[in-house]
Design a protein around this ligand. Sequence first.
Ligand SMILES: Nc1nc2c(ncn2[C@@H]2O[C@H](COP(=O)(O)O[C@H]3[C@@H](O)[C@H](n4cnc5c(=O)[nH]c(N)nc54)O[C@@H]3COP(=O)(O)O)[C@@H](O)[C@H]2O)c(=O)[nH]1
Length: 524
Amino acid sequence: MSPKQRSTARNVAQSACIFLVVCLLTAGLALLIARFFILATAAARLKTYASEILEQDEKLAANINATLAAANASTFPECSDPDVSYLRKLLFRSPYLKDVGREHDGQFFCSAIAGVEQPTIKIGKPDIQTYNGRMIYFNVPLSSAEGAHGEIVEFGRSNVVLSPDVFAEFDRPPLYFSGGVVNFQQHTFLRTYSNAPRPAKLDLILSRHELIRDGVLYYGACSTIRPDCVLTSIALTDIWTPNRPFFLIAAAIGTIIGVLFSGTILFMRTRDHSLPNQLRRAVRQKRLSVVYQPIVEVLTGSVVAAEALVRWNDDDDKPVRPDIFIAIAEEQGFIGDITTLVLDRVTDELADILRSAPGFRVSVNMSAQDLTDDTFIPRLQTMLQTKHVPAAGIGLELTERSTAERDIVIESIRQLRAYGHTVYIDDFGTGYSSLAYLSELDVDVLKVDRAFTQTIGTNSVTANIVPQILAMGKALQLKIVVEGIELQEQATYLSGIDAIIQGQGWLFGKPASAQALRERLIQR
Ligand SMILES: Nc1nc2c(ncn2[C@@H]2O[C@H](COP(=O)(O)O[C@H]3[C@@H](O)[C@H](n4cnc5c(=O)[nH]c(N)nc54)O[C@@H]3COP(=O)(O)O)[C@@H](O)[C@H]2O)c(=O)[nH]1
């Protein structure tokens, strides 16, 4: 598998992973949100249910207390005819009671329904005694109806039999309830109605209101006026089963969001992997390097200068051609950052040589944007002063293309030269400059583009342009650097010309590291 195929396969695998993970996460999140809302809805139902039951409980308690108080207040002889008819009147007004009677010391004497009992009935011990002296008997056989049992509340010399139907209307499966008087010290129900599940940690539920225990959702609520509490509950399976369609819808919505979201991530990632973004990141992280190509005296072959050329490998560690990424940086408006990076690197890597070898200089390429940035020249001077590098050691190369904004360029060149820099016109002959413009620019060195160098010794129609450019340079008293010298024949031709010509090209050395340039300079 080629590196490109490997990188594509890696990208596809990463994208698939991102897609899957994001879809699973959003679907999971949607299910969690659905679960939360469904549980909240169920808890709200339990709360309403509990408050309805509590209301009924409070009404029942009020009815019991009022009836017992009225019965105890009777002035009729106990179980006399007027007393029994009085009890009947009380019963008639009591919606939640089955009977009202006379009972004390564990003996039942008479009631509104049963009349007078002869002999009296023994009731036995109460099941519980409440804080306010009420005796409560559960499941007592009733003399008023054959085989019937009921709950009796006794206070003073009277008792009441509760109607078993008081809470009948609240029987609403799958919602269940239990409730009654609570002993807060022991955290238990003293009396309960209904057969709903009752968990051990009653106090916990009552203090937290809602709780899930052993697959059941509980809601606990207590009366504000009585020591009565109600616990409502529903099994979780009874919550989930009817809500299955909602879970399916939530999972589908979550997956759709996941698809859209991961699509956006993948799109951003692709955009992020675009060459301009990779380059921008590399510049920000200073991951570009600089190589140096020697510039020699053609006649002697001795190295007199070097051109700094920037290099960059993309995120897959593949080298990208400078003419490609320089054009991108120019187009995207951050070429200035690259120029600064190169200048910074040159003055770091070769500072000692630039300080100690007078006459040796390193030239750096500039773009039109550098020239129109009025902070560029002051920043460059600050950098050089900080690193104690003489301005004469740094040459600046402008292409003819970058000389379009005439006035600004002329002024920038003037300033650069005033600081002591050597200014080059690069790729000369490929642009549109006239002799007049060239003299106006007032540069130091003219670099002949390698396209013309290649015509030396050929029969090409442009072959006779080289002598003309050299003559033009001579007329303007400019130094000449001929680029792209690859053949000895080209060097021989140039060394025969009556002018001091410098040359740059593979014949004299390919661009190489600062260390390689250093070694080359030691040899000279
Ligand atoms: N603004 C900036 N532009 C820069 C910078 N670094 C480079 N560049 C510009 O990118 C273009 C391509 O540069 P590169 O691929 O580095 O090519 C340079 C030399 O390697 C190449 N060269 C030198 N000798 C020969 C040779 O004998 N034969 C041959 N085929 N090629 C050779 O020429 C390029 C140098 O060109 P120039 O700058 O015009 O002197 C190029 O336009 C660079 O300017 C940068 O830091 N900033």
